[in-house]
Design a protein around this ligand. Structure first.
Ligand code: COA
Length: 194
């Protein structure tokens, strides 16, 4: 059952933005408490057939965590159906960043200027890949983090993302141990000075 958004949520939703993209796609930026469940289901659906993932983790209906409630979300839609999604969150402490358990002690020195902008949960529907949607979502998240006044962005990309993030200015810091959700996919740490 979908609960109606409360007054606070409605105020937040008023600041959401929609930008038309070519070919009838739309980019939405903001807070979508009323669509969070749909975003969580989309993440599962778009990841489920990738190699190297945990089939038990991706057998759940939706992938949502507590950071989703505070994060800024981007979704690309076609006919109001989500075809791509990503999020950005801000953290005063590296310990609050998603995947902080995978960092090494020396990484703390690289991210000691809060707020730390963290990007994750980027996913594009397999049928809509190769159209530049990931690039748009990366560029928008960098733009908003800069506007927010953040001086550093942290990213935990997959192997296939390293080169495109490097082209956007990210530095590769190190490879981390693989996360249990994706036990056979190499996992990395990258940093962008904003
Ligand atoms: C990775 C993913 C988000 C790319 O989305 P996309 O919309 O197809 O990517 P784009 O068309 O915007 O391409 C972005 C860049 O990535 C490169 N790229 C895209 N898919 C790639 C792949 N499988 N291998 C290598 N490079 C790839 C493109 O060449 C492009 O480079 P450039 O912008 O520097 O020229 C998409 O394949 C996906 O959802 N994969 C499964 C989930 C995932 O891996 N999420 C990322 C977690 S870090």
């Amino acid at each position: 059952m979908n609960a109606l958004p409360n007054v606070m949520e409605l105020m937040v939703m008023e600041n959401n933005k929609t930008i038309p993209l070519p070919n009838g796609f739309e980019l939405h930026e903001g807070h979508f408490p009323e669509r969070l469940e749909e975003i969580g289901r989309f993440r599962i659906k778009a990841w489920r057939h990738e190699n190297g993932i945990s089939s038990s983790f991706f057998s759940q209906d939706a992938w949502i965590d507590s950071i989703d409630n505070q994060a800024i979300h981007w979704i690309i839609t076609q006919n109001n159906t989500i075809v791509a999604a990503a999020r950005l969150s801000f953290h005063d402490d590296l310990e609050d960043v998603p995947y902080n358990d995978f960092l090494h002690p020396e990484h703390g020195l690289l991210f000691d200027h809060p707020p730390i902008a963290s990007i994750n949960r980027l996913v594009v529907d397999p049928a809509f890949r190769g159209r530049g949607f990931a690039k748009i979502l990366d560029q928008e998240r960098i733009k908003v983090a800069t506007q927010y006044g953040s001086k550093v962005m942290i990213a935990f990309p997959q192997l296939s993302r390293l080169e495109s993030l490097q082209r956007l200015g990210f530095s590769l810091i190190s490879q981390l141990r693989n996360i249990p959700e994706m036990p056979e996919r190499p996992f990395f740490l990258m940093k962008l000075d904003l």
